[in-house]
Design a protein around this ligand. Structure first.
Ligand SMILES: [Zn+2]
Length: 169
């Protein structure tokens, strides 16, 4: 049981199973834990309203890609006085909204992108077992820069890539 913990993308995820995928990678299935706690009133709900899957690319293992497959539940708040009727389990500690990879993979993509630029970062990431396109690297840099208000840095990186590709024809 404890060995499964090592596959968790964060302390808020309880891993249920780890399996080989058809493509030769790993599929880590898990749920958020604790779950079912209303963000408004803090009451623990036991009435599940529905659920959906969220797939995220995570750190590779033994050079193979790892996909975290999370079951994200939607709950009905049972507190009569609470203004919230339903709520979802939060994965903010694991990934950003609409992200296709965990935040910790996003960090690596950002650091490599900053250090080397889009194309070299793409090649290095593939060697590390992280299939990420150069477009994704640049998008990741833009998103991070927007968050921290550093947009001039991003313009510099785009500019640099463009000029480099020109130089090398
Ligand atoms: Zn509530």
């Amino acid at each position: 049981m404890s060995s499964k913990k090592h596959w968790s993308p964060g302390s808020d995820v309880a891993v249920q199973s780890v399996e080989r995928s058809e493509r030769g990678g790993w599929i880590v299935s898990g749920v958020l834990a604790p779950n079912g706690i209303c963000p408004d009133c803090g009451l623990h709900s036991r009435r599940r309203h529905g659920w959906r899957r969220r797939r995220l690319q995570d750190y590779p293992a033994h050079g193979d890609e790892v996909t975290v497959d999370l079951a994200i539940c939607r709950w009905r708040c049972q507190a009569p006085a609470c203004p919230r009727r339903t709520f979802s389990d939060q994965i903010a500690s694991i990934a950003r909204p609409f992200a296709r990879r965990t935040s910790r993979v996003g960090e690596i993509v950002t650091h490599l992108g900053h250090a080397t630029g889009g194309r070299p970062a793409e090649r290095l990431l593939h060697r590390l077992g992280l299939g990420v396109s150069d477009d994704t690297v640049l998008r990741q840099l833009k998103n991070r820069a927007q968050d921290s208000g550093e947009s001039p840095t991003v313009i510099g990186i785009d500019d640099w890539s463009w000029r480099k590709s020109q130089t090398y024809g």
